[in-house]
Design a protein around this ligand. Structure first.
Ligand SMILES: Nc1ncnc2c1ncn2[C@@H]1O[C@H](COP(=O)(O)OP(=O)(O)OP(=O)(O)O)[C@@H](O)[C@H]1O
Length: 312
């Protein structure tokens, strides 16, 4: 293959229009699976299980039929403080955060280094509990849930994508995608079928037996996206998802997340210090020194009032 052919192949691989085809494929997969299981019963069981937990499904969730006045936020933070104790010294990383996140938002949380973004991400993802204040996930006060119950609801509601990918190094690509499905005690055959489709959607069906160490950074992040979608959660929470990627691969990942928002109505929350991501947002929350300094409700692609000087 000549260099020009290689570049053309690479460009084709990163063609955002392919993402849209892929997403349509995803939607039809979930439709087909639904029909399949009506015959076998197993999918219906799964759906009932998911409905009862209000996790929703790829489309036509109960929630989206409600008007905005009737909707409860998916995640709600009320006067949330996070105080780190370092010996005798206390440090308040978050100071009285109030934030409600609704279905269908593309929320970008921006702030300079040390402003409290990762701390906030851990609380939004219910991976940590606040020092003071309340975090609600799907109307549940997380501090009142048993750890196992919280893990179950969190697993159904939120798909996580991290800057460092967080793949299990000893598991193959397919096994990494299967992991969240195992926690849901899903039928093994159906789980494998889903993992195959999800790897196909992110363009990695030929890498399913590879270990993460045998993948490029962009491929690892695509596996992480496939894994985050495995249980079809309504929320995708991403911490600097393009931080370890070159700009072209990063754009591909963002276009994919944008497609999930536009086509599948997923609620996307991205925590970042990269101003470029603002163009995808329907709302930008700007934090500084542990406080929300500015909230911008916007139309995608519209210029933002937040600029480089805010990021220092
Ligand atoms: N475990 C901890 N113990 C003490 N202080 C901490 C701890 N974790 C974070 N901090 C402090 O809390 C503040 C917010 O940290 P956080 O990691 O949330 O910031 P950030 O906005 O994500 O930064 P960056 O963009 O550099 O990753 C920082 O001043 C940090 O030093």
């Amino acid at each position: 293959m000549t260099l020009t052919e290689m570049i053309e192949t690479f460009k084709k691989e990163l063609n955002p229009s392919k993402i849209m085809d892929s997403l349509e494929k995803t939607a039809s997969f979930y439709d087909e699976s639904e029909n399949d299981s009506k015959a076998s019963g197993s999918w219906e069981e799964l759906q009932n299980q998911e409905r009862s937990s209000a996790a929703g499904f790829f489309h036509s969730s109960e929630r989206s039929r409600l008007t905005s006045d009737e909707r409860e936020p998916l995640i709600k933070l009320t006067d949330v403080w996070k105080i780190y104790q370092m010996g005798e010294v206390e440090f308040a990383a978050l100071k009285g955060i109030d934030l409600e996140i609704y279905e269908g938002e593309f929320l970008v949380i921006l702030g300079p280094s040390g402003s409290g973004k990762s701390t906030l991400m851990n609380l939004l993802g219910c991976l940590d509990i606040p020092s003071e204040g309340t975090v609600y996930l799907d109307s549940n006060d997380i501090s009142e849930l048993e750890e196992s119950e919280l893990a179950r609801i969190r697993g159904q509601m939120i798909g996580f994508i991290f800057q460092s990918f967080n793949l299990i190094p000893t598991l193959s690509t397919e096994e990494n995608v299967l992991l969240p499905l195992e926690f849901q005690e899903e039928d093994a055959h159906l789980a494998r079928k889903k993992a195959e489709y999800l790897l196909d959607i992110v363009g990695l069906s030929n890498k399913k037996t590879n270990l993460p160490s045998q993948l490029s950074g962009g491929q690892k992040q695509r596996v992480a996206i496939a894994r985050s979608l495995a249980v079809n959660p309504p929320i995708i929470l991403a911490d600097e998802p393009t931080g370890n990627l070159d700009s072209k691969t990063g754009d591909y990942i963002l276009e994919f997340l944008d497609g999930l928002h536009e086509k599948e109505g997923k609620t996307i929350i991205i925590v970042t210090h990269d101003l470029d991501l603002v163009k995808y947002a329907t709302r930008v929350v700007y934090i500084r020194d542990g406080e929300i300094e500015k909230i911008e409700i916007r139309t995608k692609k519209e210029p933002s009032t937040i600029n480089e000087s805010d990021m220092n």
